[in-house]
Design a protein around this ligand. Structure first.
Ligand SMILES: Cc1cc2nc3c(=O)[nH]c(=O)nc-3n(C[C@H](O)[C@H](O)[C@H](O)COP(=O)(O)OP(=O)(O)OC[C@H]3O[C@@H](n4cnc5c(N)ncnc54)[C@H](O)[C@@H]3O)c2cc1C
Ligand SMILES: NC(=O)c1ccc[n+]([C@@H]2O[C@H](COP(=O)([O-])OP(=O)(O)OC[C@H]3O[C@@H](n4cnc5c(N)ncnc54)[C@H](O)[C@@H]3O)[C@@H](O)[C@H]2O)c1
Length: 472
């Protein structure tokens, strides 16, 4: 049963708020609205909650990555070198552990909606007017619902250029790749963004030959140069062939292979191609024109600092608004939008967002890069700790990696944290907590704090002392 509206008056609309999309952004908003006493409905295309994040994005890719990481680790250890004939197992079979995690995620999140009495409609929502929409239900039929406020969190999907035939069995995007049901030996990855680099690590770890085609001059150019260089070095070391500054001319498809022709004249033949060159917002065919809303060429909506669109009672968050297109940020954006919808004032927008890239090895960072600080003429210094010198890393065998702290050479304020290596996405949060501390964000924190030993956290002390030693 939907939660009853708090007000005694006869409600004008069936729901105080309807949320479109049960991914992290929609869930964040729905929970905040429900906990603030609003009568909320959720509409999602799928017959279960979790959004693209749980079903085709973060969760399956990270679970698959963990399986591959385990295989690589076993191979390194002479005791476990016979892990079976996994090279000939199709990807969709290796994904069996991902399906278990997805089911657990769906169960957990379904309970959140139940406990907060949020009614869920499974179907495609089409907006009819300022306060009404129709859900075309998955099991047939339709239902028209009215709302006071609307939250659009319909996420994104892989961008598919018209000249590529994604129905061909050897042509994949990041959704379809999860269904790959035949063994392959060589794959082309077109697009070397986060998804391209993460899948390059996964496929090389599975023993495939991988060619990573980058349309830009370097990998992930928003990273600190040293970290981006380390990624290129280690991907190549693992066997990935990276080609920078290339653009597709055409793609030839056959029953048994694909041939990618590049404008540079190169031709690459492989068993399959994974296309990952950006994403588009899910906004088409949902009647946005009936609200007077328009999108950019990538189907994304514009919002203000409170995630409010140009129509004041309509908010939007998550991938559908573009940057940063992360599950981590989407949940917080949804919660922030929900707070604004219930009338909370001065809710800070989500701005300080760490990068967590699950390549093998992993990358994570927050704050400024060396390039940015140099451009801004900030007098900074660097403190570094190599994983290979840390006892914990030697014990686990994960000796590839570095923690790099950037700090102001006069005030010792921490300005940036960049980490490359196993568990980087966890390690960065220690530095983040200190960096964002309003009262003590100085490098001294790390030199004056005793860390457990042996731990990876110890890298902070080592890097801080290394940085202090550079000062004069
Ligand atoms: C391969 C891959 C790996 C990723 N890895 C990471 C990672 O490691 N860390 C990270 O932070 N982020 C990662 N991301 C990004 C992350 O998955 C997204 O940022 C996140 O899913 C966005 O959440 P969202 O709530 O905006 O929408 P989504 O998760 O996209 O969910 C939107 C939901 O809305 C539904 N919907 C769409 N249109 C309608 C409609 N008209 N009516 C009803 N329902 C509708 C969709 O079916 C979907 O269920 C990854 C993405 C991909 C593709
Ligand atoms: N670990 C993580 O946090 C993680 C993992 C995977 C995906 N993601 C999210 O998914 C998003 C999509 O990843 P991706 O790798 O497909 O894309 P991306 O945005 O990283 O871009 C990949 C490539 O496509 C190009 N591109 C992007 N938009 C384009 C456009 N409009 N026209 C032509 N080329 C364009 C880029 O220049 C880049 O070379 C990322 O922005 C990221 O936020 C995050």
């Amino acid at each position: 049963m939907p939660r009853k509206k708090k007000s005694e008056e006869q409600p004008q609309y069936q729901f105080d708020a309807i949320v479109l999309g049960a991914g992290p952004a929609g869930e964040g908003a729905a929970m905040k609205l429900a906990k603030s006493g609003r009568n909320v409905a959720m509409v999602d295309l799928r017959d279960v909650v979790g959004g693209n994040c749980a079903h085709v994005g973060t969760i399956p890719s990270k679970t698959l990555r963990q399986t591959v990481f385990n295989i690589m680790r076993y191979q390194r250890d002479p005791l476990f070198q016979k892990v079976g004939e996994w090279k000939h197992v199709p990807l969709n079979k290796i994904l069996s552990s991902a399906r278990k995690v997805i089911n657990q995620q769906v169960e957990t999140h379904t309970r959140f909606y139940e406990r907060n009495q949020i009614e869920i409609y499974h179907g495609h929502a089409i907006i009819n007017g300022p306060h009404s929409l129709t859900v075309h239900l998955r099991d047939g039929g339709q239902e028209t619902l009215t709302f006071d406020q609307l939250m659009i969190a319909t996420g994104s999907r892989p961008y598919q250029p018209k000249n590529i035939d994604f129905n061909h069995p050897r042509v994949f995007d990041s959704d379809k790749i999860l269904t790959l049901d035949y063994p392959i030996q060589k794959i082309i990855i077109y697009g070397a963004g986060v998804i391209g680099c993460e899948y390059a690590s996964i496929f090389i770890g599975l023993g495939y030959k991988v060619e990573l085609i980058n349309t830009q001059a370097q990998l992930l150019s928003y990273l600190d140069d040293e970290i981006a260089d380390a990624l290129s070095y280690y991907l190549r070391e693992l066997g990935v062939l990276i080609r920078h500054n290339e653009t597709i001319e055409s793609l030839e498809t056959d029953d048994d292979y694909v041939i990618l022709k590049l404008l540079s004249g190169k031709k690459i033949k492989a068993d399959a191609i994974l296309w990952c060159n950006g994403r588009s917002g899910n906004t088409d065919g949902m009647g946005l024109e009936n609200l007077g809303l328009t999108t950019n060429s990538r189907g994304q909506l514009s919002v203000n600092d409170q995630y409010q669109t140009s129509v004041p009672h309509v908010h939007a968050a998550g991938d559908v608004i573009g940057w940063p297109s992360l599950a981590s940020a989407a949940y917080d954006q949804g919660r922030c939008a929900g707070a604004h919808m219930v009338g909370e004032e001065n809710v800070p927008p989500v701005t300080s967002i760490p990068t967590g890239i699950y390549t093998i090895p992993e990358i994570s960072s927050i704050g400024k890069t060396e390039q940015q600080l140099t451009e801004e003429k900030v007098p900074y210094e660097v403190g570094q700790a190599s994983f290979k010198h840390l006892a914990r890393a030697q014990i686990t065998g994960d000796t590839v990696g570095v923690l790099k702290l950037l700090f102001h050479r006069e005030t010792l304020e921490i300005l940036g944290i960049h980490c490359f290596g196993n568990n980087a996405a966890e390690i960065v949060h220690i530095g983040q907590a200190v960096m964002l501390n309003q009262t003590n964000n100085s490098l001294h924190y790390f030199t004056q704090t005793t860390f457990n030993y042996p731990t990876m956290a110890e890298a902070y002390r080592v890097a801080a002392l290394n940085g202090m030693n550079r000062l004069f």
